[in-house]
Ligand binder design. Structure first.
Ligand code: GLN
Length: 269
């Protein structure tokens, strides 16, 4: 009997879905702003913004972005879910509806802005160079004849491309750092806060900055172009968190958290 009811419920649910799909042809597609869940896409390879840990803020995920995502959802009376995927796939996942929003330490660039809408920026960063402690690299142009490693699809790759230097691209920041630690490259170009984490977690590395060569970058949350309703909700919550100091508190907190076991897989103590 119970089983029969269950089957009936499933059939009914199925019919409802079909019904909606059937009459929705001239309506707007399901607006993610009306849903009770916000699915955030991220790439949990980017401490302190997103990384995997045993007990995270949302499931096994934690970091500044994950905490911000959780607070946005709470503020909007919704639930936040995380869909973890490769950085390169994140924006496409907005197109095919796999995720409602992307929060991934993502820099607002003109190119990305053409195809996606971005929230109010919540963090300012810049690209920096991570080198071995005894490296003679002091400015970006010193990378000219060096072995440069970047992470695929990151703004750091674009920067090095525009400088016209050869480089190798890796999928993960941790892989790039291992190349440097193992002496297989001379420099890794990556976002500043993440660089601090990696340098803190691995001995013998240092950060070299060159503000003349690397511009300031702003991180923001991306939504599908035209999804103004969700964007407005996100913006309202982000603004609140910027105004009341929540974003600064979270940034300070996670910059201090030891993400070593989770992020780098290194054996440095
Ligand atoms: N800020 C860089 C970018 O937007 C890297 C982001 C990331 O790896 N999560 O490309």
């Amino acid at each position: 009997m119970k089983k029969f009811k269950k089957v009936l419920a499933m059939l009914l649910a199925g019919a409802m879905v079909l019904g909606f799909a059937g009459c929705g042809s001239d309506e707007k597609e399901t607006d993610s702003a009306d849903k009770k869940v916000i699915v955030f896409g991220t790439n949990a390879e980017f401490p302190p913004f997103e990384y995997v840990t045993s007990k995270g803020t949302i499931g096994e995920f934690d970091g500044i972005d994950i905490a911000i995502a959780q607070k946005i959802a709470e503020d909007q009376g919704k639930e936040a879910k995380i869909n973890n995927m490769e950085f390169d796939s994140l924006l496409l996942a907005l197109d095919n509806g796999q995720v409602d929003a992307v929060i991934a330490g993502m820099t607002v660039t003109d190119e990305r802005k053409q195809a996606y809408d971005f929230s109010t920026p919540y963090y300012t960063a810049t690209q920096v160079m991570i080198v071995k402690g005894d490296s003679d690299i002091q400015k970006a142009s010193d990378m000219k004849d060096k072995k440069i490693v970047v992470i695929q699809g990151y703004t750091g790759e674009t920067c090095v491309q525009e400088m016209g230097y050869n480089y190798e691209a890796f999928k993960k920041g941790t892989e790039a750092i291992m190349e440097l630690v193992n002496g297989k490259c001379d420099v890794v170009v990556i976002d500043s806060a993440t660089a601090e984490k990696f340098v803190g977690d691995n001995e013998g590395l240092k950060i070299v900055e060159d503000p003349d060569a690397f511009e300031a970058e702003e991180y923001a949350i991306a939504v599908k172009k035209g999804n103004t309703e969700l964007l407005n909700q996100i913006n309202a919550s982000v603004q609140k968190m910027l105004d009341d100091g929540t974003v600064s508190e979270l940034s300070a907190k996670y910059l201090d958290v030891d993400t070593e076991e989770d992020a780098s897989g290194s054996d440095a103590e």
